[in-house]
Design a protein around this ligand. Sequence first.
Ligand SMILES: N[C@@H](CCC(=O)N[C@@H](CS)C(=O)NCC(=O)O)C(=O)O
Length: 214
Amino acid sequence: MITLIQFPWSPFCISIRRILERHKIPHCIKNISAADRAPIILATKGRAYTVPCLIDGRTAVADFTDFGQEVARYIDRKHKLGLFPRDKEGIQAILSRYIENDLEGVGFKIDDSYVIPTLPLVERTMLTRFKERKFGKGCVAQWARDRAKLNRQFADLLKPIDNMLASSEYLVADRPLFVDYDLYGILENYLYSGKTKLPPLKQLQRWHRVMSHR
Ligand SMILES: N[C@@H](CCC(=O)N[C@@H](CS)C(=O)NCC(=O)O)C(=O)O
C-alpha cells in the first residue's frame, strides 16, 4: 500500500492526492508537521526533505529535481495512467513552470497568511522562520496586509488559463494530464483556508468542478 507523506495544504501534495483519488489507487495519508522533515529524510536516506514523499514498500520517492515531477511520474509509470504523453512533454514543461512559479508564487502567500497563524507554536514559528529566510522578516504578516492586491494578481494570472479552457475541456488534451493536477493543487492550496474563492472565470470554474468531483 502506497503511503503519501504530506502536510494537507501543500499544493504539490494536493496534486498527488488528487491523482491517487481520481484513479482509485489505494493509499494512506501520513500528515507530518511542516517543521519536522525526519520521516522524509529517513525514508529517502537523506536524498530529500520536501513533501510530497511517496513510500511504496522499500521505495521512497520525492521530487528530487526541480520540475522533475518524480512523484507523479512514479505513480504514472506504476499504474500506466498516461499523464505524461511524449507529444505533450513540451507544453506540460512550459505550463508547469507558469503554474508552479508565477501562479503558486502568489497563491501560497495568501494561503500561508491564513494557515500559518493557526498552527501549533513550534510548527508556526519554524515555518515562519523558513519563509522569513527566503522572503524577509515579517513577510507572513505583510502577506496578510496585501491580501486584496495578491487576490487581484492571482485572478489576473488565471485569465490566460480560463481562455485556454474556453476551447479545450482540459488544459492540453481531452482528458486530464499532469498539468491539470498541477493546477488543481495550486488552486486547492489557494482555497484551503476556506476564506477565499475562485475568481469569476466561467471556464476555470467549470474545469475546477469537474476536477473536484469526477
Ligand atoms: N514539486 C516541487 C517540490 C516540492 C516542494 O517544494 N514542496 C514544498 C512544500 S509545498 C517543500 O517541502 N518545500 C521545502 C520546505 O518546506 O522545506 C518542485 O518540483 O519544486
